[in-house]
Design a protein around this ligand. Structure first.
Ligand SMILES: [Zn+2]
Length: 137
């Protein structure tokens, strides 16, 4: 039931260690099994949060590419609108699932930044599309 070899930052020196060890292999600080499992769980969530944030950012980047394509091929418009709805939904999902993680992990800070970048990319792309959409019609 308990997954082996999960990793967590050492509570003492922040180096990545395995949750099934009795002490930190970097600083020799003793590791409480209960504390380690909780920390490993947080670490897993942080990793997940980073991956999802990267995806959202990539989607927002792809939305810009689709936006440019849609000025040449009208078929691109459907893609832009798909991202226009998908990205905020994804952002809400991220916020709901990972927004309240308690960690000082720098990767998590980066994930939060990725999320903001996604929002900053999404907003103008959606605005430009809506604007040009009505101008064309
Ligand atoms: Zn340590």
């Amino acid at each position: 039931m308990i997954p082996q070899n999960r990793i967590l930052p050492c509570p003492n020196c922040r180096q990545m260690i395995y949750s099934d060890s009795d002490k930190c292999r970097f600083c020799d600080a003793p590791l409480d099994r209960q504390v380690a499992e909780v920390a490993a769980e947080v670490q897993e969530k942080v990793n997940e949060a980073c991956n999802h944030a990267k995806w959202i950012r990539n989607m927002a980047g792809a939305m810009w590419i689709l936006l440019l394509i849609s000025f040449i091929f009208t078929a691109g418009t459907a893609g832009v609108f798909a991202f226009f709805f998908l990205i905020p939904l994804y952002l809400i999902f991220w916020q709901f699932k990972f927004g309240s993680l308690k960690t000082v992990d720098p990767d998590y800070q980066k994930a939060k930044r990725d999320r903001l970048i996604a929002l900053a990319l999404w907003l103008p792309a959606g605005f430009i599309k809506l604007l040009t959409f009505y101008v064309i019609i």
